[in-house]
Design a protein around this ligand. Structure first.
Ligand SMILES: Cc1ncc(COP(=O)(O)O)c(C=O)c1O
Length: 386
């Protein structure tokens, strides 16, 4: 082959994700993997049975409808009404996607022109940078800094230029666990309205909030027509492998996102769509006990990390605890995470990989607590030997 690089230059430098590297390290060293955010127990048995039944009964085994099966679109609309008081038409304002990941990709590819600027909360979930790049757009980070990881709203205002097209939000926020407050969201919404910006909000952890509350920005004045809300079944129902996600937005926004989505996967997860429609209608105690269970696990791991000498930033939401390794005499999270499996048999993720500003993330390391109590206890015991 000639001298020209094979990989499109927009993706240059975005080789293997850190999750693949760290999960391989976990397997190779037999370590406890607190890197990737997936639960080590499956979601409700009756929902798994609904999926199995759908396969056996021939529901969804062939291409489902492009926008998603009507049963699921209706259940998504009902869920938005029930938990957030938001009303969406299941036929025109809801789109089922291959996880939130495809929803993010399709929304960015559909709504951006090359050269558009996207302001996103940094640290970013890793697919944001890649999808903004694939769209030929430019990411402009609004950095969340330790110890409180709040957005600097004056800084946000200063980042808006005539080229800004879109604000990309994530609340509850991975990896910091920040849950944007009603006041922060109101200020962000006012800015979006003032500058006529679109907003994409990734809400996959909407049910995993331990203090404060999740507020949907789409509910704020002037926001419904400019907001693409994204969520998924993975985290809420502990079936991350099913990859059933969705978009809710105004009909013109959904139509734009659907145009890109139909050339990505077209459709996916037929039988799982039937099961997720049932899951979204589970009664409130399901959602309450999911949250209570994760809160217990958060505290177990946070206390253990604290005792092991980490500086712990206790998250208000999500699956993740961000820590600072400086009190352990360490400086570099990437180096620390590469050696941690060998030193004590635990895998974590260096937050630096989620930052453009690598200094801001350098001493930070993320641990996932969506694991069985016995696994977390063993991890804590191992970390205590550091
Ligand atoms: C912030 C955020 N968005 C999106 C996703 C991906 O969601 P899905 O598995 O539904 O594609 C994740 C998964 O870790 C996430 O943390």
């Amino acid at each position: 082959m000639g001298a020209r690089p094979l990989l499109n230059r927009r993706l240059a430098g975005m080789g293997t994700t850190i999750f693949a590297e760290m999960s391989a390290l976990a397997t190779a060293t037999g370590s406890i993997n607190l890197g990737q955010g997936f639960p080590d127990t499956d979601g409700p048995r009756e929902i798994a049975e609904a999926a199995a039944r759908a396969v056996l009964d021939g529901h969804g085994n062939q291409y489902p409808p492009g926008p998603g099966i009507p049963e699921l679109r209706t259940a998504i609309a009902e869920h938005q009404q029930r938990f957030h008081g938001l009303s969406y038409d299941p036929d025109t304002e809801v789109l089922v996607t291959a996880g939130a990941t495809e929803a993010i990709a399709a929304a960015l590819l559909a709504l951006l022109e090359p050269g558009d600027e996207v302001i996103a909360l940094e640290p970013f979930y890793d697919s944001y940078a890649a999808c903004i790049a694939m769209a030929g757009a430019v990411r402009v980070p609004l950095t969340l800094r330790a110890p409180d990881f709040r957005p600097d709203l004056d800084r946000l205002r200063a980042l808006v230029t005539p080229r800004t097209r879109l604000l990309l939000l994530n609340t509850p926020h991975n990896p910091t666990g920040t849950v944007l407050t009603a006041d922060e969201l109101a200020a962000i919404a006012a800015l979006a309205v003032e500058h006529d910006l679109l907003v994409i909000v990734d809400e996959v952890y909407e049910h995993l909030v331990f203090s404060g509350a999740h507020h949907p920005i789409a509910a704020l004045p002037g926001m419904r027509e400019r907001t693409v809300s994204i969520s998924s079944a993975g985290k809420t129902f502990s079936f991350t492998g099913w990859k059933v996600g969705w978009v809710t937005a105004s009909a013109p926004l959904v139509s734009a996102v659907r145009t890109a989505k139909q050339y990505l996967t077209y459709v996916s997860a037929g039988p799982f769509q039937y099961a997720v429609a049932e899951a979204l209608r589970l009664p409130d105690p399901y959602f309450d006990s999911l949250r209570a269970d994760l809160l217990r696990k958060r505290d177990l791991l946070a206390d253990g990390l604290d005792a092991a000498g980490f500086r712990v930033f206790r998250p208000a939401g999500t699956y993740f605890i961000t820590t600072d390794i400086t009190p352990l005499g360490e400086k570099d999270g990437i180096e620390f995470c590469r050696t941690l499996p060998g030193r004590c048999g635990v895998v974590a993720i260096p937050n630096a990989v989620f930052y453009d500003d690598s200094e801001a993330g350098r001493p930070l390391v993320r641990f996932a607590f969506c694991k069985r109590v016995a696994v977390l206890e063993e991890a804590v015991a191992r970390l205590g030997r550091l």
